[in-house]
Design a protein around this ligand. Structure first.
Ligand code: PLP
Length: 390
C-alpha cells in the first residue's frame, strides 16, 4: 500500500508519544509521575459542563454553520475588542475543533510549495509538521537561553529570503514559557509589513502569565498589518477543556471566508455541544479561569525553586504557560548520556518521572516539565529526579 508523499515527511507528535508510553507503563502497574502532558489537571469548570449538558437536553445536537455559531464567533470577536481595542465582528472569526485545527486551516489557506515559513525554535512540535503538510519549508530562527528565549526581530531578519512568506510566533511560548514583550510584538509587526510577511500568532496560552507579566496579542497591531495576519486561540488550556475540542482563528474577513469554505468540506462544523459550552466559558468571565491560573502560579514557584536544587539543572524563569524548560546538559554529561531522548528515558526508567526531551522542540540539552499536575506530584517528582541524578 502506498502512503501519499505529503504524509511521508510528517512525524508523530512526540508529546503524544510520551502520553502513550506513560499509559502503557501504568497499565503494567508502574508508578510513574507524568510531567509530560500539556493538559490541565483541573476538571472543566461546572458552569461550562452545565452549558454542555443543557445543549444536549435542549437538542442542540445538529449541524451548526461550518464556521461555528454566530453567537460564539461574535463572543470571540468581542473578547478581542474588549482586550485589544479591535473592531472585529463574527465575520473575523472561524470556530474550529481546537487550536491545532485552526493552525492547520490557516497554514493550508496561506502557505504553499516554494514558500519558506519562519519557525522560531524551540518550537511547539506541531508548527514545522503543519508547515510541511502545506508543502512549504519550515525555516528555524533560534531563540537564545541567555536572552530568556525572547524572539529577536534581528535574528528573524537574518533568515529572510525572497521565498519567505510567513512567520509563526507562539506567545506565551511552549516549551520555553517566554512571553513576548510589547516592543517585540510591535517590531515584528513592522517587519511583517515592510517585508510582506504573513504573521501567524498562536496565543493558546494567552491567560497563563505570571509575576505581573502581560501577554500582548497581535490583535493590538492588527490594523497595521495590511490584512496579512491571523491569530490562533483555544479553549483547551484556559478553561481546562482539552477534550471538548474548541479553538478558533481570527483574521481578515476574506481569509476567514476562505477558511470557512475549506472547513465546510474538511470537518464541517466543530461539535455543537462544545460550542455552547465554549460560549458559556466566555460569558462566565475571568472567574472561570483565574483560580486555576493562581494555582499554576504557586506550582511554578515551587517547581522553579526545586529545579535550582538539582545538580546540573539550570532554568530560565518561564513567564508564561505551565511548562519549565531547564537546561540539563551538565547533568547529562555527568551521567554519560548524550541526547535528551536518552536522558528523558533515563528519567522514566530510574526516577519514574515522564518529561519531554528538548529535541522534540528543536533544542538538545533540555527537557520540558509540565506543572499542570498536583503540587504533591511536583514535590514527589522533584525528589525522585534529585535522587536519580545524585
Ligand atoms: N498551540 C500550542 C502552542 C499548544 O501547546 C497546544 C497544545 O499543546 C495547542 C495549540 C493545541 O491546542 P488545542 O487543544 O486547542 O488543539
Amino acid at each position: 500500500m502506498r502512503i501519499a508523499a505529503r504524509l511521508l515527511g510528517v512525524s508523530a507528535s512526540p508529546t503524544m508519544a510520551v502520553m502513550q508510553e506513560v499509559q502503557e507503563l501504568r497499565a503494567q502497574g508502574v508508578d510513574i509521575i507524568d510531567l509530560g502532558p500539556g493538559q490541565p489537571d483541573f476538571d472543566t469548570p461546572e458552569l461550562i459542563c452545565r452549558a454542555g449538558i443543557a445543549a444536549i437536553e435542549e437538542g442542540f445536537t445538529r449541524y451548526t454553520p461550518a464556521a461555528g455559531t454566530k453567537e460564539l464567533r461574535q463572543a470571540v470577536a468581542e473578547k478581542y475588542n474588549r482586550d485589544c481595542g479591535t473592531s472585529f465582528d463574527f465575520s473575523n472569526v472561524v470556530i474550529t475543533s481546537g487550536a491545532k485545527h485552526a493552525l492547520y486551516n490557516v497554514c493550508m489557506a496561506v502557505f504553499q510549495a516554494g514558500d519558506e515559513v519562519l519557525n522560531p525554535s524551540p518550537y511547539w512540535v506541531t508548527f514545522p509538521e503543519v508547515v510541511k503538510l502545506t508543502r512549504a519549508v519550515p525555516v528555524t530562527v533560534p531563540t537564545m537561553q541567555d536572552e530568556s528565549f525572547i524572539l529577536s526581530p534581528e535574528r528573524v531578519r537574518e533568515k529572510l529570503t525572497e521565498k519567505t512568506r510567513g512567520l509563526i510566533v507562539n506567545t506565551p511560548n511552549n516549551p520555553t514559557g517566554a512571553v513576548l514583550p510589547r516592543e517585540v510584538v510591535f517590531e515584528l509587526a513592522e517587519l511583517g509589513r515592510e517585508r510582506n510577511l504573513f504573521l501567524l500568532f498562536d496565543e493558546t496560552y494567552e491567560r497563563f502569565t505570571y509575576g505581573g507579566k502581560i501577554h500582548v496579542s497581535l490583535a493590538e497591531v492588527a490594523e497595521e498589518l495590511d490584512d496579512a495576519f491571523a491569530i490562533v486561540g483555544s479553549f483547551s488550556k484556559t478553561y481546562a477543556m482539552t477534550g471538548w475540542r474548541v479553538g478558533y482563528c481570527v483574521g481578515p474577513r476574506f481569509l476567514m471566508q476562505k477558511i470557512t469554505e475549506f472547513q465546510s468540506h474538511e470537518t464541517g462544523n466543530p461539535c455543537s455541544i462544545s460550542q455552547q459550552a465554549a460560549l458559556a466559558a466566555l460569558e462566565g468571565g475571568v472567574e472561570s479561569f483565574e483560580s486555576m491560573r493562581r494555582e499554576y502560579e504557586k506550582r511554578r514557584e515551587y517547581l522553579l525553586q526545586g529545579l535550582e536544587t538539582i545538580p546540573g539543572y539550570r532554568c530560565v524563569e518561564p513567564d508564561g504557560t505551565f511548562y519549565a524548560f531547564p537546561e540539563v546538559s551538565a547533568s547529562m554529561e555527568r551521567m554519560g548520556i548524550s541526547g535528551s531522548v536518552d536522558y528523558a528515558n533515563f528519567l522514566i526508567q530510574e526516577a519514574r518521572v515522564a518529561t519531554v526531551p528538548g529535541s522534540a522542540f528543536g533544542l538538545e540539552g533540555h527537557i520540558r516539565l509540565s506543572y499542570a499536575t498536583s503540587m504533591k506530584n511536583i514535590e514527589e517528582a522533584l525528589e525522585r529526579i534529585r535522587t536519580a541524578v545524585a
